[in-house]
Design a protein around this ligand. Sequence first.
Ligand code: HEC
Length: 396
Amino acid sequence: MEKRYPHKSTHSFLAILISTLVFFAFSSVDGSDQFDRLKTGHSGFEQPLDTTMTESPMSGKELYVQACSNCHGMDGKGGSVKQLGLQTPPADFTDCNFANREPDGDWIAVAHQGGPVRGFSTEMPAFGEALSVGELQKIMDHVRTFCTNKNWPRGELNLPRALVTEKAYPEDEVVVSSFIDVENEGAVINEIVYEQRFGMRNQIEIVLPFGYSQMPGGGWNGGHLGDLAVGVKRVFYHNYNSGTIFSLTGEVIVPTGDSATAFGKGTTVLEPFASFGQLLPAGGFLHVQTGLEYPMLQDKAGNEAFWRAALGKSINPDPWGRTWSPMVEMLGSKELESGTRVHWDLVPQMQITLNKRQHVMLNVGYRIPVDDAGRDSQIMIYVLWDWFDGGFFEGW
Ligand code: HEC
């Protein structure tokens, strides 16, 4: 073993170094804007953008009535396309299912810069010359009163997704991932994750892994199917003001994979886990996930506990543009049998929103085993499509 992994300690050192650099390269020490950042979520208004404008003494409601109600209606439902002479129906702010998933930051961007900034219609005008970000925030506070049910988790709590750690926020999304071994015999594991929300706080998820492995001679062994997982998640606690969300998930992994290879465990596995998300000052965020794996056939695989955390920060070099989210994940797992050791991995990574609507994202990272158990390092990649926000090719 030792011979095949001559650089393990260099690896651990590199892992820690890269992770620290990735994280702190973008950190600012300024925590003074904590409240604003929490409220504007991850669309980034680190400084007031228009300090030269004098703020109107009017309330958010008055400003809304003056600037927005013509199209969006006094009641926020959105006027009729016919009467307004528009092609596109104005957004209906009373629709809680739609309104709650959009963070204030995204909406302020649309109102400030006009629809096209997020790939929407030019019929949604830009108000950046007439209204300051502060005034638009007041308007948003009024717009938020149109959905009267406060049990919906707010979109601000939908933190950027890490490569491995599962988030607490329920989603409508498709994520396609590839994990590529970079040492010894190659292996590529791909995963298609489909997630769909139902009700206010629930989500169903289906995970289908498949992949390729390299044979000792060098040729590739194609098309292994992995073990299919089906899970249900429910949010048990969420608080917009403190920036906290907590959920529990029950997952069943069925042995559809080829158990003669590493792609199948050969037994049904039950996997309950808890996930926690927390917004931090200055665009920072933290995910924590912890759970257990109980294989039904104990001779095929042992019980295992795992814990994962991802610490990151969202950055918008252009306040209305792309969001960059550098993150570092720490992954730990241990078989629940005495004498087994804890496995530790570090995964420095960068998530980028690819399109204007910011509903298609790319994450690229590198998984580095920190303990000397002889596991391979992996390049990890995903493309995420939040399908509720529009088709894959919309909003570019
Ligand atoms: C001239 C009509 C008009 C006015 C005035 C108007 N809007 Fe809109 N707005 C629209 C239309 C049309 C859309 C739908 C755009 C689309 O779906 O492509 C829209 C969409 C939006 C969205 C939806 C973004 C999303 O995530 O789907 C927000 C937020 C918004 N408007 C905010 C405002 C605010 C705030 C004001 C007042 C400052 C305002 N609008 C004034 C026509 C208008």
